[in-house]
Unconditional design. Structure first.
Length: 305
């Protein structure tokens, strides 16, 4: 960090406004199979996403710009330079912190996607529980047939891991106006499910409106805490100071019919099974953080993998 902190920050700030991706082209047009996979993964049964006149779920906006295993050829030299500078300064770790999207018109099967991205901002030096570094925000403009259809703002933290961090320093959930009530409930050891005031559809995670009927009004119901493992993965890599791999992360189907991602505890990671009954618990990780987890119920085995 030559020329002192001010000089270093100025050097990073010089990248603001420079291209992060130039003349990017989506690897595939908007297509029905990908829409179907997305809806199945999200358990979104809205009729708007299938059949004649179907549109793509708006939150798939980033999907059509992703490069897959072969990467994005549109990445600019300026963006790679910026990441390299941060690496050289010891900020070798990275974590995605949040994203914001704006939708201008729906995308439909057959739409061809192009995009450009800009380095919107580089923060001053910040100290977080993970370590110290800089937040880098990019803004991607997504187009179809030359028409702007949406923007995707994506923020990462490039940081040097804090020395002597303990396992209890887990990342904090991102709390916003749409999900604050959920986390307030967790703090009271309640798992609250949204219920649409229009059609009664339950939803989890929390959303600002109903995906089934579009109504913005809602109330909540408390989950009973009973559920089963709908699917799961065992995390081995990458190593992260706040966690101790390998461990199981499950997609839990609650008895109310909605699903939530959480840790499966009370059984070795290699004994987790699809269909395994689990029960909700609340685990305190430190003086500030309580999270819902699911304990395998004793003496009951599920189905196969």
């Amino acid at each position: 960090m030559s020329a002192g902190p001010a000089g270093w920050t100025a050097r990073l700030k010089a990248y603001e406004g420079r291209a992060a991706a130039v003349a990017g082209v989506g690897k595939d047009p908007v297509n029905e199979p990908m829409i179907r996979h997305w809806c199945e993964a999200m358990d979104d049964t809205s009729p708007a996403y299938e059949g004649p006149g179907a549109v793509a779920p708006p939150t798939m906006l980033q999907v059509w710009t992703m490069g897959g295993l072969s990467g994005q050829r549109s990445r600019s030299g300026a963006f790679e330079e910026l990441l390299g500078l941060l690496d050289d300064a010891g900020c070798t770790s990275v974590v995605a912190t949040d994203c914001e999207q704006e939708y201008l018109r729906p995308l439909r099967p057959g739409d061809e996607i192009t995009y450009d991205a800009v380095i919107e901002s580089v923060s001053e030096h910040k100290t977080t529980r993970l370590g110290s570094g800089h937040f880098v925000t990019t803004r991607t403009e997504v187009r179809s047939a030359g028409e702007l259809v949406g923007t995707h703002r994506f923020r990462i933290l490039k940081y040097a891991p804090a020395a002597g961090r303990t396992k209890s320093a887990r990342p904090r959930p991102v709390v916003n106006r749409d999900n604050a009530g959920f986390w307030e409930g967790v703090g009271r050891h309640q798992l609250l499910i949204q219920r649409c005031a229009g059609c009664g559809t339950l939803r989890l995670p929390w959303l600002p409106g109903c995906a089934a009927c579009g109504a913005p009004e809602w109330d909540t119901v408390g989950a009973s805490g009973e559920g089963t493992v709908y699917s799961y993965v065992v995390m081995h890599h990458p190593p992260f100071p706040a966690f101790d791999p390998p461990y199981a992360v499950g997609l839990i189907e609650l008895s109310e019919g909605v699903r939530i991602v959480s840790n499966v505890i009370g059984v070795p990671y290699d004994e987790v099974r699809i269909g395994m009954p689990v029960r909700l618990e609340f685990e305190r990780y430190d003086e500030e953080l309580v999270l819902p987890v699911f304990r395998a119920r004793d003496g009951i085995e599920g189905g196969g993998r």
